[in-house]
Ligand binder design. Structure first.
Ligand code: B12
Ligand code: SF4
Length: 490
């Protein structure tokens, strides 16, 4: 469905435009969450609205995504698809193939995290003609301009192209541009109200920066963004949010930045602008534990006053030794320091952990479970999800694992089944350890969450189990999983 046509309040309430704008179609593959398609919003908004008509089709909003997509292809100059590693690849493939079958002449361009890491490999798929690496705004604008003018993409920085003779041309990389130089994201390109309805809350997704300056060895960001970070200037950010609020009256903003708190002064200035503008909203963002320690008290206070309600602080491991090995560049004491400040200011927390790193010792896994226990018991508003390490392509740990014989998928179909969140852990977690961790996760969650009166006895039992690390005969868990099957996350 064309977002622009279905949205009740289109952003670009258009003055008269030239009749024949060039149509550009963008597709967001199916996924389980209803985060707004910010990547497509970013590249679509950068195209001059006087020259281009941008149509975003989101597979998550459509009963029949293929039909919705194909209906928009006549007259389009290209199809752009955003592709994350894992399950979204299979939908991206299906749609790209369907598009090619209908319009064999239509250039299909893949961008986003997977094609950024596998620029050439993705082009082994005949339905994909171009892959874009890293930041996409300028590269896509140039691709679209060249395609409209009938020019070749040879020499177009930031992308890899299959040429007419079948050879692959790798163009030079494009340097990261400041996000302040781009046009404001045009939320009129997507049906914002539908996302609110699907999320069940008036929550706006927003991105205020790109990239990350850190070097965690399990993350693909250092590979994709080259350890660089660019962020919106705070006055502009607050102003844009104010304008969006006037239009959409959201209650909450979910910042999707990798590291929102990279520049403390930017964050404090943003919070002050929000306070000065009188905008009543709450917001959530990501923070590193070391950033929380460095953030001045005044900035914490302003953030809270301006509506900061929740922080996501990646802890990853409860063992300082493992934190060193994965180059997280934080220490456990910093996690607790930041958690204490969050508690003081009444800010909720998500503290995700990862277990099952290659050759991780039992002691290291136990340190993680202990750390999760300690954090979780500090506040019912602190969640400590535990994920299994999956080798993110592009990360340093994967290079090491591959050197030691770990086999990464070869084909896009295989990558599509490479499910990071759900599913079984990697080969580094024994069946016995897996059983223990799964039981721990269940009882640990039950022990500290807010429960109804009827659940209190079970909760006491769960606390007893966690305190003593006794997870044998998990009857409560089996019964509960039987009643409510585990959620699938991708
Ligand atoms: C929102 C989000 C999601 C949403 C996706 C929403 C959607 N569109 O469908 C949901 C919740 C579904 C999701 C799922 C997952 N995600 Co996620 N997610 C994000 C997050 C927080 C924001 C993405 C975003 O909108 N960024 C803002 C835009 C502007 O930036 P961008 O995506 O980089 O896009 C730019 C370029 O990549 C490029 N580009 C992107 N698409 C396209 C398309 C074209 C045609 C072109 C030309 C260019 C282009 O141009 C854009 C502008 O510069 C990112 C972290 C981040 N800050 O990026 C992680 C991130 C992308 N997710 C990640 C992961 C690991 C996951 C999950 C495994 C679960 C998890 N633990 O989060 C799953 C994997 C997918 C699956 N198997 O289902 C990883 C990378 C995974 C990967 N290798 O693909 C990231 C980077 C987080 C991290 N550092 O680990 N995720
Ligand atoms: S895990 Fe977070 S802090 Fe570390 S490199 Fe990735 S985005 Fe940056």
């Amino acid at each position: 469905m064309a977002a622009r046509m279905t949205d009740a309040t289109p952003c670009r309430s258009a003055p008269a435009r030239p009749a024949a704008r060039t149509k550009v179609v963008l597709y967001n593959p199916r996924a389980v969450f209803f985060t707004m398609p910010l990547a497509l919003l970013a590249i679509g908004s950068e195209l001059d609205p006087e020259l281009y008509e941008v149509v975003i089709v989101d597979g998550r909003l459509e009963v029949d995504p293929e039909r919705a997509l194909l209906a928009h292809l006549p007259g389009a100059v290209c199809l752009g698809v955003t592709v994350l590693t894992g399950a979204p690849i299979s939908d991206a493939l299906r749609m790209s193939r369907a598009a090619k079958a209908t319009r064999p002449d239509l250039p299909v361009i893949w961008g986003g995290w997977h094609p950024s890491m596998f620029a050439r490999e993705c082009l082994a798929e005949p339905a994909v003609d171009v892959t874009v690496q890293g930041q996409g705004e300028e590269t896509f604008a140039e691709i679209v301009r060249r395609l409209t003018a009938g020019e070749s993409l040879q020499g177009c920085a930031g992308c890899t192209v299959r040429l007419a003779d079948g050879s692959i041309c790798t163009n030079p990389r494009r340097p990261l541009a400041p996000v302040d130089s781009f046009r404001a994201h045009d939320y009129g390109l997507i049906p914002v109200e539908r996302y609110f309805a699907l999320k069940g809350k008036r929550q706006l997704d927003y991105i205020s920066s790109q990239g990350c300056a850190f070097r965690c060895a399990f993350c693909s960001d250092p590979f994709v963004y080259g350890r660089k970070w660019v962020g919106l200037e705070p006055t502009r950010m607050a102003l844009r949010l104010r304008e969006l609020w006037e239009r959409y009256r959201f209650d909450d903003v979910n910042f999707q930045d990798e590291t929102f708190f990279t520049r403390p002064r930017r964050v404090q200035a943003f919070a002050e602008h929000i306070l000065a503008s009188g905008l009543k909203m709450t917001w959530a963002a990501t923070m590193r534990a070391d950033q929380g320690v460095r953030l001045p008290e005044e900035a914490w206070a302003r953030c809270r006053q301006s509506g900061l309600r929740r922080l996501l602080v990646g802890v990853e491991s409860g063992s300082d030794e493992m934190l060193k090995r994965i180059r997280k560049d934080i220490r456990i004491e910093q996690v607790f320091h930041t958690a204490a400040r969050m508690r003081r200011y009444g800010i909720a927390g998500h503290f995700p952990f990862i277990v099952g790193f290659p050759e991780e010792s039992d002691a290291s896994v136990q340190a993680t479970l202990d750390c999760a226990k300690q954090l979780r018991s500090l506040s019912p508003d602190f969640l400590t999800p535990i994920y299994y390490f999956k080798p993110y392509p592009g990360s340093e740990l994967v290079v090491e694992a591959v050197e030691r014989g770990f086999r990464l998928p070869d084909t896009l179909e295989e990558w599509a089944t490479f499910d990071y969140v759900a599913g079984l852990p990697g080969p580094w977690v024994s069946a016995e350890k897996y059983r223990l961790i799964e039981r721990f996760k269940f009882f640990h969650e039950l022990a500290w969450k807010r429960v109804s009166r009827g659940m209190r006895t079970l909760q006491q039992l769960a606390r007893y189990r966690c305190r003593r690390d006794r997870y044998q005969w998990p009857v409560e868990m089996l019964l509960s999983r039987w009643v409510v099957p585990a959620e699938r996350l991708s």
